[in-house]
Design a protein around this ligand. Sequence first.
Ligand code: GYE
Length: 348
Amino acid sequence: MENYAVLKRKVTAFAFALTLGTAAAAGATSASSSTTPGDDSAPAATADPGAAIEIPDLSGYTMGFAQVGAESGWRTANTQSIQSAAEEAGVELIFTDAQGEQESQVESLRQFVEQGVDIIAFSPIVETGWDAVLVEARDAGIPVVLTDRAIESEEEGLYVTFLGSDFVLEGEKAGQWVAEEFADADHVNIVELEGTTGSAPALDRAEGFRTVLADEKFEIIASQTGDFTREGGKEVMEAFLQAHSEIDLVYAHNDDMGLGAIEAIEAAGFVPGEDIKIVTVDAVRDGMQALADGKINFIVECNPLLGPQLMDIAGKVLAGEEVPERIVTIETTFTQEQAVEALPDRQY
Ligand code: GYE
């Protein structure tokens, strides 16, 4: 396996260019994709990638969708987006919730194949371990669309396209903000709340962050999974606070863990956002509120509203049309001022 990360990034860069072309053609604002972290003049409004999409008529078709679970605000918004777009498309949606268990998700996929659905979409909990069941789908001639999270496999042709964020880029954006915020500091002690172990967003957000903060003054003194949940973030942060007396910054792979960390920091008698700075990923309403309140300092957006795009892709695939191998969602970043501005219109 030559260098999977490098290869993945090359593919991503190519697909990103494709997506921007599509978004511009559809009239979406592509300006937000080049937002500079910390640049207050940058537009606060999100380019919702689904907003410009016309949902096709998919009545008569059946789609199996295997969701990760209900671990975060992001996931709740993602589920709602998929369910309402499916309703609008008129597709018969068989929706399953794996509650964070890969075996359960594999079982759902297997059932979709047995039921002979027209198309399968799913958000793989972790990156590896999908080959057997996806080969079954391929052998049955059922197209598979990955949404939100990627898989890692040597096998060719297991899915038609992957619709979702560039998680490495998200980690880099978080890192860029940290580099600017602590430009004058001699040393920065960072603790990291990782997402679900082995998941694409946890692996890639960790990687992008480290790439940008290669200078040895940035020290990641502790890193542990909080499984993308508020409770997990709180528990891990409590342990970090007990073990380390000097923490300058928390990097949480999602808002929910950052919100849990805020509770732990306040319980320990510190002021989140001041004594300990916090940067997170997602930009769900609760996270944005904490940012507006100054308890979180910076949020990198990860857009969960993938439903309309998924239906659009499904329509094309079912009509036998070509779709790009990778479709990257357009995302921005938020400072405190931008969160205050964006909150009233925030959909999730
Ligand atoms: O950031 C997190 C959720 O896969 C992008 O999963 C998604 C991540 C999201 O639990 O909040």
